[in-house]
Design a protein around this ligand. Structure first.
Ligand code: AMP
Ligand code: ZN
Ligand code: ZN
Length: 388
């Protein structure tokens, strides 16, 4: 075989592990103790922050990272949304999550599998679904009951499979620190502990990877889907005080971002009432400021309502409140996440400016030297972080 052909053979392709720590805000390493991420920064690349897409929620952003598309373009516009075509509601806790019809774009694992690169996913949003007819070769049904450290054992086990079965691209989702941050707030003692804990998992993963015979050919990316703002019960807006549920075609869902569809005859009444709600920005979905890259998708319904930073919208009074949340305007620094990368492809001790999460898709394509389908990202944006 010629050297060029050997480099193209699937077993000689690089290894890439993409790990997401849900809700890990860009400045936690400055506020809390994160020795393992700090070492990654010294030995590899650290971006000032990773800018999420709007709405800065979990499913839209993980799916943007893996498709290079804005939520408006891939269709997973929220963790929960009504689809005006089918009349059904996509939600993480229902079987609708498993309906491929919701998922637009081409996840990177689909691109890779088509090129003969085996992929695995541990709970990355979308990995439980055959999208474009393809799923990662190895995947797991979503579960939060398996301890995070045990999931690392599984990932390392995958990397110890015989060459023909071993995945070369592994995407991994950890639901922390987000869960603790919602419950206790990003400035709490619990936040300090969970940030240190998730950082320690990065250390464990790196130690385990170093033990592999092909450790030198592994590129590890540690990212997050968004940051976190402190919220408080005093900063709550109750939607039903302004808009009776009978005016809406679908029940509204609370959070910092809601989509509303007017029941017949109520569009104008809703538009008037939305202007009276303090501490929110309400837009006709087709007329959202361009910088948000949102609202053309019909799943954004008639109106998109976004609370100001730190505010919460509940649908009815008496709903349980959290001390941390996200979903707000993605330009807010509180919504920015992290990006670290280390491995043979990346520069050492290199500090990059803020990167956009939609540019990771093209970066993945470049790491494998393969083309990816058209998307909203740009290959040149991540060029400076690569070794020459
Ligand atoms: P949020 O912080 O509201 O954007 O959503 C994060 C939550 O989504 C996590 O705490 C999990 O409970 C949930 N979640 C994340 N991934 C999945 C998944 N693949 N299936 C079901 N629920 C998920
Ligand atoms: Zn999240
Ligand atoms: Zn969250």
């Amino acid at each position: 075989m010629t050297p060029a052909a050997m480099a193209q053979a699937p077993e000689n392709k690089p290894y890439v592990i993409l790990l997401s720590l849900d809700g890990f805000r860009w400045n936690f390493p400055m506020l809390y103790t994160t020795p393992h991420l700090d070492v990654m920064a010294a030995e590899g690349v650290k971006a000032a922050s990773l800018v999420p897409c709007f709405p800065s929620k979990t499913f839209p952003n993980h799916y943007s990272i893996i498709t290079g598309l804005y939520p408006d373009h891939h269709g997973i516009v929220a963790n929960r949304f009504a689809d005006p075509v089918s009349g059904k509601t996509f939600a993480l806790a229902t079987a609708e999550k498993l309906n491929p019809g919701y998922y637009g774009g081409t996840p990177f694992w689909v691109v890779a599998e088509k090129q003969g690169i085996r992929t695995a996913s541990y709970n990355w949003p979308g990995s439980e679904v055959k999208i474009k007819g393809i799923q990662p070769s190895i995947w797991k049904p979503y579960s939060e009951t398996i301890p995070l450290a045990q999931r690392i054992d599984t990932i390392v086990h995958w990397l110890r499979l015989p060459p023909g079965e071993r995945p070369h691209f592994i995407s991994v989702y950890f639901e922390q620190p987000d869960k603790v941050l919602h419950a206790h707030g990003p400035g709490s003692d619990e936040a300090r502990s969970i940030v240190a804990f998730t950082d320690s998992l990065v250390g464990i993963l790196r130690t385990r990877l170093r033990e592999l015979p092909f450790a030198d050919s592994i590129n590890l990316l540690v990212v997050s889907d968004h940051g976190m703002s402190a919220t408080s019960p005093e900063q709550t807006i109750t939607l039903s005080h302004y808009i009776p549920s009978g005016w809406l075609q679908y029940p509204a869902t609370g959070s910092p971002v809601i989509f509303l569809k007017a029941a017949e005859g109520y569009y104008d009444s809703i538009a008037i009432r939305l202007r009276q709600i303090p501490h929110v920005k309400a837009y006709a979905s087709g007329k959202i400021p361009r910088k948000l890259h949102f609202g053309k998708n019909n799943r954004a319904l008639d109106f998109t309502v976004v609370a100001d930073n730190g505010w919460t919208i509940v649908t009815h009074s008496g709903q349980k409140l959290e001390l941390g949340n996200h979903g707000y305007d993605n330009a807010l620094p509180d919504m920015h996440g992290i990006f670290y990368a280390i491995g043979p492809a990346f520069r050492k001790n290199y500090k990059a400016g803020s990167l956009r999460n939609i540019d990771i898709y093209e970066l993945l394509g470049r790491l494998y030297n393969i083309a990816v389908p058209d998307n909203d990202g740009k290959r040149k944006k991540t060029k400076p972080i690569l070794r020459k």
